[in-house]
Design a protein around this ligand. Structure first.
Ligand code: 0O2
Length: 194
Protein backbone atom coordinates (compact mmCIF):
# COMPACT_ATOMS: atom_id res chain seq x y z
CA UNK A 1 0.00 0.00 0.00
CA UNK A 2 1.27 3.51 -0.82
CA UNK A 3 2.16 5.73 2.14
CA UNK A 4 -0.60 8.09 3.22
CA UNK A 5 2.06 10.80 2.97
CA UNK A 6 2.72 9.98 -0.70
CA UNK A 7 6.32 10.94 -1.50
CA UNK A 8 6.39 13.75 1.06
CA UNK A 9 7.94 11.91 4.01
CA UNK A 10 11.55 13.06 3.42
CA UNK A 11 10.42 16.67 3.09
CA UNK A 12 8.22 16.39 6.19
CA UNK A 13 11.17 15.03 8.17
CA UNK A 14 13.45 17.81 6.95
CA UNK A 15 10.92 20.48 7.94
CA UNK A 16 10.47 18.89 11.37
CA UNK A 17 14.25 18.75 11.90
CA UNK A 18 14.51 22.42 10.96
CA UNK A 19 12.02 23.46 13.64
CA UNK A 20 13.73 21.26 16.25
CA UNK A 21 17.13 22.77 15.33
CA UNK A 22 15.78 26.25 15.77
CA UNK A 23 14.44 25.30 19.22
CA UNK A 24 17.90 23.96 20.06
CA UNK A 25 19.43 27.25 18.90
CA UNK A 26 17.11 29.10 21.27
CA UNK A 27 18.16 26.78 24.09
CA UNK A 28 21.84 27.46 23.40
CA UNK A 29 21.29 31.20 23.21
CA UNK A 30 19.35 31.36 26.50
CA UNK A 31 21.84 29.01 28.19
CA UNK A 32 24.67 31.34 27.18
CA UNK A 33 22.78 34.42 28.37
CA UNK A 34 21.37 33.13 31.65
CA UNK A 35 23.20 29.91 32.43
CA UNK A 36 20.02 27.87 32.41
CA UNK A 37 18.30 25.82 29.73
CA UNK A 38 14.64 26.87 29.15
CA UNK A 39 13.82 23.40 27.81
CA UNK A 40 13.94 20.17 29.80
CA UNK A 41 13.40 18.02 26.74
CA UNK A 42 11.95 18.15 23.27
CA UNK A 43 10.39 15.26 21.35
CA UNK A 44 9.45 15.27 17.69
CA UNK A 45 7.74 12.68 15.55
CA UNK A 46 6.01 12.20 12.24
CA UNK A 47 2.64 10.61 13.01
CA UNK A 48 2.85 6.93 12.15
CA UNK A 49 1.07 5.64 9.07
CA UNK A 50 -1.29 3.61 11.24
CA UNK A 51 -2.17 6.49 13.63
CA UNK A 52 -2.72 8.88 10.73
CA UNK A 53 -5.05 6.44 8.97
CA UNK A 54 -6.90 5.82 12.25
CA UNK A 55 -7.28 9.60 12.80
CA UNK A 56 -8.64 10.04 9.24
CA UNK A 57 -11.25 7.34 9.89
CA UNK A 58 -12.12 8.88 13.28
CA UNK A 59 -12.64 12.27 11.62
CA UNK A 60 -14.64 10.79 8.71
CA UNK A 61 -11.93 11.86 6.22
CA UNK A 62 -10.69 9.87 3.22
CA UNK A 63 -7.36 8.14 3.89
CA UNK A 64 -5.26 10.21 1.48
CA UNK A 65 -2.35 12.67 1.39
CA UNK A 66 -4.63 15.72 1.35
CA UNK A 67 -6.30 14.62 4.61
CA UNK A 68 -2.95 13.74 6.19
CA UNK A 69 -1.17 16.99 5.30
CA UNK A 70 -3.95 19.56 5.07
CA UNK A 71 -7.04 18.50 7.02
CA UNK A 72 -5.18 16.97 9.94
CA UNK A 73 -2.78 19.29 11.71
CA UNK A 74 -0.38 16.99 13.45
CA UNK A 75 1.45 14.97 10.79
CA UNK A 76 4.41 16.71 12.41
CA UNK A 77 4.16 16.78 16.19
CA UNK A 78 6.67 18.49 18.43
CA UNK A 79 6.46 18.55 22.22
CA UNK A 80 8.60 20.96 24.16
CA UNK A 81 8.76 20.42 27.91
CA UNK A 82 9.98 23.36 29.98
CA UNK A 83 10.84 23.76 33.65
CA UNK A 84 8.95 27.02 34.20
CA UNK A 85 5.76 28.60 32.86
CA UNK A 86 7.64 31.69 31.65
CA UNK A 87 9.87 29.42 29.52
CA UNK A 88 6.77 28.03 27.80
CA UNK A 89 5.94 31.54 26.57
CA UNK A 90 9.58 32.26 25.56
CA UNK A 91 9.56 29.14 23.39
CA UNK A 92 6.19 30.13 21.93
CA UNK A 93 7.46 33.62 21.06
CA UNK A 94 10.58 32.15 19.47
CA UNK A 95 8.58 29.77 17.28
CA UNK A 96 6.25 32.58 16.23
CA UNK A 97 9.24 34.64 15.12
CA UNK A 98 10.81 31.97 12.89
CA UNK A 99 11.12 32.79 9.19
CA UNK A 100 8.76 30.70 7.07
CA UNK A 101 6.50 29.95 10.04
CA UNK A 102 2.91 31.18 10.21
CA UNK A 103 0.79 30.50 13.29
CA UNK A 104 -2.61 29.25 12.15
CA UNK A 105 -3.98 28.63 15.61
CA UNK A 106 -2.91 29.10 19.19
CA UNK A 107 -4.73 27.29 22.00
CA UNK A 108 -3.70 28.37 25.45
CA UNK A 109 -4.86 25.57 27.72
CA UNK A 110 -2.61 27.02 30.42
CA UNK A 111 -4.61 30.22 30.83
CA UNK A 112 -7.82 28.31 30.03
CA UNK A 113 -7.39 24.72 31.22
CA UNK A 114 -9.62 22.05 29.72
CA UNK A 115 -12.50 21.00 32.02
CA UNK A 116 -10.63 17.76 32.89
CA UNK A 117 -7.59 19.79 34.06
CA UNK A 118 -5.40 19.37 30.94
CA UNK A 119 -2.93 22.21 30.57
CA UNK A 120 -0.57 22.92 27.69
CA UNK A 121 0.04 25.56 25.06
CA UNK A 122 -0.70 24.35 21.54
CA UNK A 123 0.38 26.02 18.33
CA UNK A 124 -0.69 24.88 14.90
CA UNK A 125 1.85 26.27 12.48
CA UNK A 126 2.19 26.32 8.72
CA UNK A 127 5.77 25.98 7.53
CA UNK A 128 6.85 27.39 4.16
CA UNK A 129 3.13 27.70 3.27
CA UNK A 130 3.04 23.90 2.90
CA UNK A 131 3.35 21.71 5.97
CA UNK A 132 1.40 21.86 9.20
CA UNK A 133 2.78 20.98 12.59
CA UNK A 134 1.27 20.83 16.05
CA UNK A 135 3.59 22.10 18.74
CA UNK A 136 2.69 21.36 22.35
CA UNK A 137 4.63 23.41 24.87
CA UNK A 138 4.18 22.73 28.57
CA UNK A 139 5.89 22.42 31.94
CA UNK A 140 7.25 19.20 33.42
CA UNK A 141 4.26 19.06 35.79
CA UNK A 142 1.75 19.48 32.97
CA UNK A 143 3.58 16.86 30.95
CA UNK A 144 3.60 14.38 33.81
CA UNK A 145 -0.14 14.82 34.33
CA UNK A 146 -0.90 14.48 30.59
CA UNK A 147 1.19 11.30 30.35
CA UNK A 148 -0.48 9.69 33.36
CA UNK A 149 -3.96 10.77 32.30
CA UNK A 150 -3.33 9.40 28.81
CA UNK A 151 -2.09 6.16 30.35
CA UNK A 152 -5.29 5.75 32.35
CA UNK A 153 -7.70 7.18 29.77
CA UNK A 154 -8.91 3.91 28.34
CA UNK A 155 -9.60 2.37 31.72
CA UNK A 156 -11.22 5.22 33.59
CA UNK A 157 -14.40 5.81 31.53
CA UNK A 158 -16.41 2.97 32.97
CA UNK A 159 -17.21 1.74 36.46
CA UNK A 160 -18.87 3.02 39.56
CA UNK A 161 -15.97 5.34 40.43
CA UNK A 162 -15.73 7.07 37.04
CA UNK A 163 -16.93 10.45 38.36
CA UNK A 164 -14.68 10.30 41.41
CA UNK A 165 -11.69 9.37 39.24
CA UNK A 166 -12.36 12.34 36.91
CA UNK A 167 -12.59 14.75 39.82
CA UNK A 168 -9.46 13.34 41.50
CA UNK A 169 -7.51 13.71 38.24
CA UNK A 170 -8.75 17.30 37.96
CA UNK A 171 -7.69 17.95 41.56
CA UNK A 172 -4.18 16.61 40.80
CA UNK A 173 -3.95 18.85 37.70
CA UNK A 174 -4.99 21.91 39.74
CA UNK A 175 -2.50 21.11 42.52
CA UNK A 176 0.31 20.71 39.98
CA UNK A 177 -0.69 24.03 38.40
CA UNK A 178 -0.52 25.70 41.77
CA UNK A 179 2.96 24.20 42.34
CA UNK A 180 4.06 25.47 38.92
CA UNK A 181 3.02 28.99 39.94
CA UNK A 182 4.92 28.72 43.24
CA UNK A 183 8.03 27.45 41.44
CA UNK A 184 7.82 30.37 39.02
CA UNK A 185 7.57 32.82 41.93
CA UNK A 186 10.60 31.23 43.61
CA UNK A 187 12.61 31.47 40.40
CA UNK A 188 11.60 35.11 39.92
CA UNK A 189 12.76 35.88 43.47
CA UNK A 190 16.10 34.16 42.86
CA UNK A 191 16.58 36.06 39.59
CA UNK A 192 15.83 39.38 41.31
CA UNK A 193 18.54 38.72 43.86
CA UNK A 194 21.22 38.01 41.23
P1 0O2 B 1 -3.94 12.08 18.66
O1 0O2 B 1 -3.35 12.32 17.37
O2 0O2 B 1 -4.75 10.82 18.75
O3 0O2 B 1 -2.97 12.27 19.80
P2 0O2 B 1 -7.05 18.67 16.69
O4 0O2 B 1 -6.46 20.01 16.96
O5 0O2 B 1 -8.07 18.74 15.61
O6 0O2 B 1 -6.00 17.60 16.48
P3 0O2 B 1 -8.39 18.95 19.16
O7 0O2 B 1 -8.93 17.97 20.17
O8 0O2 B 1 -9.28 20.04 18.74
O9 0O2 B 1 -7.83 18.12 17.93
O10 0O2 B 1 -7.05 19.61 19.62
P4 0O2 B 1 -6.44 19.76 21.03
O11 0O2 B 1 -7.47 19.85 22.07
O12 0O2 B 1 -5.50 20.89 20.87
O13 0O2 B 1 -5.68 18.37 21.26
C1 0O2 B 1 -4.64 17.97 20.46
C2 0O2 B 1 -3.75 17.00 21.21
O14 0O2 B 1 -3.47 17.48 22.53
C3 0O2 B 1 -4.36 15.65 21.48
O15 0O2 B 1 -4.22 14.83 20.39
C4 0O2 B 1 -3.54 15.16 22.65
O16 0O2 B 1 -2.25 14.74 22.24
C5 0O2 B 1 -3.40 16.42 23.45
N1 0O2 B 1 -4.52 16.54 24.41
C6 0O2 B 1 -5.59 17.32 24.29
N2 0O2 B 1 -6.42 17.17 25.35
C7 0O2 B 1 -5.84 16.25 26.15
C8 0O2 B 1 -6.20 15.66 27.41
O17 0O2 B 1 -7.23 15.94 28.00
N3 0O2 B 1 -5.33 14.75 27.94
C9 0O2 B 1 -4.16 14.41 27.33
N4 0O2 B 1 -3.39 13.52 27.92
N5 0O2 B 1 -3.80 14.93 26.13
C10 0O2 B 1 -4.63 15.84 25.55
P5 0O2 B 1 -5.49 13.99 19.91
O18 0O2 B 1 -6.52 14.92 19.37
O19 0O2 B 1 -5.92 13.12 21.04
O20 0O2 B 1 -4.98 13.19 18.72
Amino acid sequence: MESIYGDKLPELSAVMDRIVSSINELRDRIKNETGSDPVEHCEARIKSEESMREKCRRRGLPENTHSALIEIHDAIGIRVVCAFISDVYSVRDHIKSLPGVEVIEEKDYIKHAKPNGYRSLHLIILIDGKYKAEIQIRTISMDTWAALEHHMRYKKKVGANAKLIESELKRCADELASTDMSMQTIRDMINQEE
